[in-house]
Every structure is written in C-alpha cells, then in structure tokens.
Design a binder for this molecule. Structure first.
Ligand SMILES: [Zn+2]
Length: 283
C-alpha cells in the first residue's frame, strides 16, 4: 500500500518488550506478537496482537456503536497480520506507529469500550484466499467507497468501491480564481475553464490536466487542503467553489458508514461483509 511506502524511518536494532496487559483479555497463550516500530525513537516494540488492536483504536475517532467498534477491531487485526505476512517496509517490524505511514498507536490507558470490542472479536480475521487481508478503513466515504486501484494505482481484488449508505461529511471551500491557480502551480494566464478534471466512476478526482502539466487527484487534494478527492467545482466570475464529500481516501471500511449500519441494527459481521464482500471472516 502506498501509505507504507511513504515511510523512510531508519530502523534501530533494539527490541523493547512492553509489559503484557494480561489482565485485559483472557486466555492469551496462543496470541501472536507483533513488531511495531516507534517512529520517534527508532525502537521496535514487540507486543501482543490484541494490545496493538486496542492501542490503534485509542488513537481513532470511533463511532460509539458497539458493533461498529467490533468491525474496526477486526479490520485493524486483519491489516496488522497482513503486514506481518508481507515484506514489511520496516524490515524487522510489521508496522510503525506513525499515522502518516501506518497507523497511530497509544499505550496509555485503554477504554473499556475498545477493550470489549477487541475481546469480543479476539482472533477473528478477514481473509482473502485463506490469508489475512489488508482491510483498510477511512473516516467517511461519500456515496461510494473508492477502489485501491483508483487511489493507489494497485489492483486489489477485495478493495473495490461499493455503493455506500452515507452522503458523507460535506464541506464547502472557496478560492479566488487566482489563488486556485497559484496553489496548484498553474500559470495564471490559463483560465480555470480550460482545466480538465478527470474523475473515476466513484466520483473522485483522478487527474487534473492543463496544456503544459498535470496533477493527480491526491496532489490536488493536498495542495488545496481538501479532506478527500471526492469533490466538484463550480466556477464563478471571481471565485471557484468546491464541494467536497467525505474525509480520507475512501478505501475499505467507512467509519461513518459503519456507524450508520450499526444504528440500522447490523452486527459487525454484516458491516464487514458490506464493505468487504469478497473477504471471509475466520477465527
Ligand atoms: Zn509505517
């Protein structure tokens, strides 16, 4: 995944064993351990998988519904085991704790809600062809989730866009015509009407082209400070108005969508099946 490729931290050889929070979860004899690189110190923590799951949950803004939290616990666990099985960017560690690269991780006190969500799904993993799957997630998708191909340029059979239940968090942005061009590094002589915006079938900007250059949708998102690549523009005489849907890259499970499904009475297995219809839930 592209996120993993963004990380350039130099690894240290030291291995630090965190104390096991054995009071949190029962029967942990068979639980796998995970190597997690501390991006700040360069040390690698070896910790029980379930502690990692809860530690990641503590850093996320999660919906309050129990079934939504259980779904995200399974997704985090599956992704961690996927990273452990595949050639890790971090050599001796499956993941790091830098949210800009892998996922953040907290070692502070764990909340009872997150401990329960992990405990009630302990050992349950989403698999593809019998192996742990990279079950990605994001904050809010909009009308469709995105495929891995449209965001990362990598075809992943089980990370395809699905029709979502949410409109997504919608935010409006306004730029002067000159400001828009300057932020994007486009010559001021080019009128915004002459820009070509290429969309994928999920309504996300894939490419912006003009006579002498181009940007990817993610580059546009970053340069304009937008929460996602799912946006539309309307050009006024002086201003450019942008309506942006969702937050995050839209790949995999939507936390906001999981919350909606949970409120509709779906349990975590149904939430996972909705966003990952090609994956199996195994214990
Ligand atoms: Zn990382």
């Amino acid at each position: 995944m592209k996120n993993y490729l963004l990380c350039f931290f130099v690894l240290a050889a030291a291995v630090v064993l965190l104390p096991r929070a054995s009071a949190l979860l029962p029967d942990r004899e068979e639980e796998p351990f995970l190597g997690v690189l501390d991006a700040e110190s360069g040390e690698i923590f070896s910790l029980p998988l379930e502690d990692y799951v809860i530690g990641v949950m503590e850093t996320l803004s999660l919906p309050p519904e129990t079934e939504a939290r259980k779904a995200i616990a399974v997704a985090i666990r599956s992704r961690a085991l996927y990273c452990k099985e595949h050639t890790p960017v971090h050599k001796n560690a499956a993941l790091c704790n830098d949210p800009a690269c892998c996922l953040g991780f907290a070692t502070a006190e764990f909340s009872p809600e997150n401990v329960s969500a992990a405990a009630e799904t302990a050992g349950q993993v989403l698999t593809y062809q019998g192996r742990p799957a990279a079950a990605l997630f994001h904050e809010s998708a909009g009308k469709y989730t995105a495929s891995a191909f449209s965001v990362y340029g990598v075809e992943v059979p089980y990370l395809q866009g699905v029709k979502n239940l949410e409109e997504g968090v919608t935010e409006a942005f306004t730029f002067s015509r000159e400001k828009l061009l300057s932020l994007l590094g486009i010559p001021s002589r080019i009128p915004p009407e002459d820009l070509f915006w290429g969309y994928d079938r999920f309504g996300r900007v894939q490419v912006l082209e003009w006579e002498s250059g181009s940007l990817t949708g993610e580059q546009v998102q970053s340069l304009l400070g937008l929460p996602s690549t799912c946006f539309t523009l309307s050009l006024g005489v002086e201003k450019v108005h942008i309506l942006c849907h969702g937050r995050g890259n839209g790949v995999g499970l939507s936390l906001n969508g999981a919350s909606i499904l949970a409120r509709e009475g779906k349990d975590y297995t149904e939430i996972l099946a909705f966003y990952f219809p090609k994956l199996s839930l195994e214990t």
